[in-house]
Design a protein around this ligand. Structure first.
Ligand code: AMP
Length: 512
């Protein structure tokens, strides 16, 4: 492991690695390393040929009254910890190397950097953006590793990478916590034993909100009030902010949906601590929650030379979606559904009574229901259970899962425009099913799309999805489907089997 302190040596090290065709991962840190940092290091070592960790307590991101001078520094211990990993170099420059006399250019991140941490710590993100850009230029990594712990920082860096076309991929790693839930942080060292216990309230309050959301609460006003109450009731804490925001622009939302994030900051004794939680369906893994929050596509190693998130790329494709066939990321084009699977799996289309409209978007496209019925996936296994069918054979004897309303978007929220574009294929599919008498519409996206684009209802005529389903977890109505020549059809609405927070009860009795 090489200890590098000059920019020139770091640049020549990187040039060499790149000349050998090796992928290079960078883990930027401010030292005082703990398991949170080491989780980034481990991820980088697993994904890149050469890994560089940087240790630099960046003066530019500390305000004049902040803790720069007492920020914990323990280089030898950090090096000992890094030594245990497959790290090629540690870049550890003195402050004058990064900010020599005469230094006078900074990177001004935009509106994202004015919120939350930026509001409480003016200039903080300018310092972060400047040093991150400098580190990227010095180390020239292919992939850079950041922690979800600093959620806003991740989004500021993401904007920096996108806006300035930096040729680096970002990997975001989940928050590593102490056994009692406290997010690991170098600043936890400031806490006394008593304060250390008090500090767990940040995490407890977030978990409490998560439980509420899993129980059906979606009002962020109520959730924020609860978190606030939790923290403010504990003596020795001083709350700075609590907010529930959508993850990309960090704008407050009225209702929680998958990928939304709760952000908190509070002072406990001498330490200012931050924490966050990404909301998502119960049981999602931390990595998957990050993926949902980033509204991006995880680049699987099969296709990509490098790991990381192709941030917003897919989203952009979807926003410009004019026709499914024009989108390269499509999982199952409607024509493929009509020509291949319907013909293959439904020799007698008159058996189908129920068309299910839902997004089945398994992470691996080959696991999509009709691609490999024998494989199964989480979506189909829960769906089959809810319908009371034991196998694909039983399923196709009565049901069809329609493709047309399932947008190819892998992010949590396909745009209305994409949904409208996909919706136009549905009538053609449904017309092939002469005995169709029921539509089962699963999930909020499909519901909105069905109401707007199939039934042609206006915004004011559409009841909110969660309210419509209520405590029962499903609802039904009789609808006249112009798309089917004015036929009367029973429409049943229920929760999506895997997206969102709530699950519907068994629907089997509805289809007897
Ligand atoms: P810092 O040394 O605080 O600047 O952190 C360096 C990197 O480690 C940042 O990307 C942080 O988000 C990340 N990090 C810090 N604490 C944790 C944690 N508890 N879990 C995961 N990542 C963390």
């Amino acid at each position: 492991m090489r200890l590098i302190s000059t920019i020139a040596e770091m640049q020549s090290f990187s040039r060499e690695a790149r000349a050998q065709g090796k992928s290079l991962g960078l883990v930027p840190t401010m030292g005082a390393l703990h398991e949170g940092h080491l989780s980034l290091v481990r991820r980088a070592c697993a994904q890149c040929d050469v890994v560089v960790a940087s240790i630099f307590v960046n003066p530019a991101q500390f305000g004049p009254a902040e803790d720069l001078s007492r920020y914990p520094r323990n280089l030898q211990q950090d090096l000992d910890l890094l030594q245990e990993h497959k790290i090629e170099a540690v870049f550890c420059p003195p402050a004058e190397e990064i900010y020599p006399p005469g230094f006078d250019t900074t990177v001004g991140p935009g509106t994202l950097a004015e919120l939350f941490e930026g509001a409480s710590r003016p200039g903080h993100f300018r310092g972060v953006a400047t040093v991150v850009l400098k580190l990227f230029n010095i180390v020239q990594p292919d992939v850079a590793y950041f922690g979800q712990k600093d959620f806003q920082q991740v989004q500021v860096v993401r904007r920096l990478v996108e806006d300035l076309n930096l040729p680096v991929r970002l990997v975001v790693c989940p928050i590593v916590r102490e056994a009692d839930g406290l997010a690991m942080s170098s600043r936890n060292a400031y806490l006394s034993a008593e304060e250390r216990k008090t500090a767990t309230i940040l995490h407890c309050s977030l978990r409490h909100a998560e439980r509420q959301v899993h129980g059906g609460e979606t009002s962020t006003v109520r959730l924020v009030a609860e978190i606030r109450k939790f923290i403010e009731e504990v003596p020795g804490t001083q709350l700075d902010y609590v907010a529930i925001v959508e993850p990309l622009q960090l704008q407050a939302v009225e209702r929680v949906s998958t990928g939304c994030v709760a952000l908190v900051a509070a002072r406990v004794g001498p330490a200012r601590l931050i924490d966050n939680l990404i909301f998502g369906p119960p049981g999602e893994t931390p990595d998957r929650l990050i993926q949902l929050a980033m509204a991006s596509r995880l680049v699987a190693s099969s296709e990509a030379r490098l790991p990381g998130l192709e941030i917003d790329l897919l989203k952009k494709r979807i926003e410009t979606c004019r026709d499914c066939a024009a989108v390269s990321a499509i999982r199952l084009p409607p024509s493929e559904f009509l020509l291949k699977y319907l013909r293959r799996d439904y020799p007698d289309l008159s058996v189908v009574r129920v068309a299910i409209i839902a997004r089945d978007s398994p992470l691996k496209p080959e696991n999509y229901l009709y691609h490999r019925p024998e494989n199964g996936n989480r979506f189909t296994s829960i769906l089959f259970e809810q319908l009371g069918v034991a196998s694909f054979e039983e399923f196709r004897a009565r049901f069809v899962l329609t493709d047309a309303l399932r947008c190819h978007c892998t992010g949590p929220r396909p745009s209305e425009r994409a949904l409208a574009a996909c919706a136009k294929f549905l009538p053609d599919e449904l017309r092939l099913l002469p005995n169709l008498n029921t539509m089962l519409v699963l999930g909020e996206d499909a519901y909105g799309q069905f109401q707007r684009n199939i039934l042609g209802r206006g915004v004011n005529e559409i009841q909110h999805f969660q309210e419509r389903l209520g405590d029962q977890g499903w609802a039904e109505e009789s609808v006249v489907m112009a798309a089917l020549g004015g036929r009367n059809v029973r429409a049943i609405y229920a929760h999506h089997p895997t997206l969102g927070y709530r699950r519907s009860p068994s629907l089997a009795s509805l289809f007897k």
